[in-house]
Ligand binder design. Structure first.
Ligand code: SF4
Length: 97
């Protein structure tokens, strides 16, 4: 149903017949870590997240997985990259018969 408080007219899964069923009956404003994220929208209570009602929870255990401005970098060290075939031979002793 459509939100009628923080983001009036926006489809929201938390809005039901009794109003907003999210914690405390409302979205919460963004946190400092959200600044720069493309998902920030302006609601009646200030800047909120368009993807999740409680931004502070999204950052509680590390980087928000919805964030558009921060990416988790997985570094692969090419020098240490292992050829799976060679690794297999090495593991089996690499003996030639
Ligand atoms: S997607 Fe994450 S970082 Fe972006 S505004 Fe929402 S909670 Fe904040």
């Amino acid at each position: 149903m459509q939100c009628q408080t923080v983001l009036p007219g926006t489809e929201c899964t938390f809005w039901g017949k009794q109003g907003c069923v999210f914690t405390d009956g409302s979205c919460q404003i963004i946190v400092e870590n959200c600044e720069g994220c493309e998902r920030i929208v302006t609601g009646t209570i200030g800047q909120v997240c368009g993807a999740y009602p409680a931004p502070v929870k999204k950052w509680a255990n590390g980087i928000c997985n919805f964030a558009s401005h921060v990416k988790v970098e997985i570094k692969v060290d090419d020098a240490k990259a292992v050829n799976p075939l060679k690794a297999s031979k090495k593991a089996s002793g690499g003996k030639k018969k």
